[in-house]
Write a protein that binds this ligand. Sequence first.
Ligand code: ADP
Ligand code: MG
Length: 232
Amino acid sequence: LQSLSLSTTYSENIAKMVSSITHEVRNPLTSVSGFLQLIKQTSNLETIHQYTDFALSELTQASDLITDFLNLSKSQSKESTPLSINKFIKELYPVFKSEANLKGITLNIKITSDEPLCIIHKQHLTQVLVNIVRNAFEATEANHPSTQKEVNITTEVSMDQLLVIVEDNGCGMTEEQLNHLYTPLQTTKKNGTGMGLYVCKQLIEKYGGKMNVDSAIEKGTTISIQLPVYYP
Ligand code: ADP
Ligand code: MG
């Protein structure tokens, strides 16, 4: 009996992991396919080079994510050196911006004049932010044509904590949906797996951080991550 229940738990965990890897790898692959379609329609060489670079970096991410998940499943946190958050956001911006443009979303980024450093592996923070921002994009997809789709990303420092705030004016969430936000495999999307925010929470908490959510149905959602600021 005991070995039966053990093997059930084991296969459940494997199923969850496979599902989450699929989800995380599908996102960058969707981007790559988007960039390839754009390349097909573009004759400007410089633009083609730019799209190719974006596609390549998304592919690298897909492959790194697989490695990452193996790390996450072993509950290992990667060795980390202090990461400049402003620099990090500026690097990610073009990827988010082109995706927003494709989807007709206005993306605004406001970064703090403080220069916060945080102890977190770049790949992990990328994974967290990409998940949250993609959710925000998806939430605005069905906005009424008279409502401009808007996503704002802001960084702030308050009481030795960094806040990265992602705000959208999309569909918002019901009380019920909010209660299941971090429950693995709970999704309201046709092609969702409900693993994104679960993984975000695991990763952020590994680095001593927190996630905060505020949402109102048909008004929008604000999800922020909080991480301790590192002072050298
Ligand atoms: P998935 O995106 O695969 O559904 P997530 O863990 O990323 O999984 O999100 C879980 C659920 O939380 C989503 O299915 C959606 O219902 C809700 N959600 C997450 N972010 C937002 C958001 N910005 N606006 C509205 N709902 C959201
Ligand atoms: Mg998601």
